[in-house]
Design a protein around this ligand. Structure first.
Ligand code: NI
Length: 178
C-alpha cells in the first residue's frame, strides 16, 4: 500500500527510531511492502520507515542504472533492518541530494566517501558490506533518517541548496531523489 510520506516540519521526522526486536514477522513484512510501494510510486532512491510515520530502524534503497543520471552508479536494491554504519576513512566528498520528505529541493551535502555497514535482511540474515561513492551516500542519507536527521541539516553551503527546477533548468541533468 502506498503510504503518505511525511514532510519536513513534521516532528516525527526528528525522532530517533527504535531497533526492531523481532524479525520475520507479519508486521515487518507489511511495513516493508508498504515502503517498497511508496518508494516506487515516488521514484525515490531510498526510504526510511520514519518517513511513513513508523519509528523503527528499517530502511530500503536501490538505484538502477539510469541514463538520465549517468553519474549515479547503480546501487543494489536492499532492505536492511537495524543498520549500523562506520566510516572507513575520514575522507569526505560532496554530492547533490534530494529527499522525498523535502520535495522539490536539492542540496549539496558532504558525506563520508567510504563506509562499512551492517544489519539484517528481512529474514534475519546478516548483511555486511562496504560501500563508496553514491552507494555510501545513499546509505548515510537513509540511516540519518533513523536518527531524526534530514539532509538540509547537513548542508554547509546554502548557495548550493534550492529548488530543483531553478538549480537544474534542464531537468534531464537533475540528480535523483533520495
Ligand atoms: Ni530522505
Amino acid at each position: 500500500m502506498i503510504r503518505e510520506v511525511l514532510r519536513m516540519g513534521d516532528p516525527r521526522l526528528l525522532e530517533r527510531s527504535q531497533e526492531v526486536a523481532r524479525f520475520n514477522t507479519p508486521a515487518i513484512d507489511a511495513l516493508l511492502a508498504d515502503m517498497r510501494d511508496t518508494m516506487r510510486k515516488y521514484e525515490g532512491a531510498g526510504l526510511a520507515a520514519p518517513q511513513i510515520g513508523v519509528p523503527l530502524r528499517v530502511v530500503i534503497f536501490g538505484v538502477e542504472h539510469n541514463p538520465r543520471y549517468p553519474d549515479a552508479e547503480p546501487v543494489p536494491y536492499t532492505e536492511i533492518i537495524n543498520p549500523v554504519l562506520v566510516p572507513l576513512s575520514d575522507d569526505m566528498e560532496e554530492g547533490w541530494e534530494g529527499c522525498l520528505s523535502v520535495p522539490g529541493l536539492r542540496g549539496v551535502v558532504p558525506r563520508y566517501s567510504r563506509i562499512g555497514y551492517t544489519g539484517y535482511d528481512p529474514k534475519g540474515g546478516r548483511i555486511e558490506r562496504e560501500a563508496s561513492g553514491f552507494h555510501a551516500r545513499v546509505v548515510q542519507h537513509e540511516c540519518d533518517h533513523l536518527d531524526g536527521i534530514l539532509y538540509p541539516m547537513r548542508v554547509r553551503d546554502f548557495a548550493r541548496f534550492g529548488y530543483t527546477d531553478v538549480l537544474f533548468p534542464d531537468i534531464a541533468e537533475a540528480p535523483a531523489d533520495d
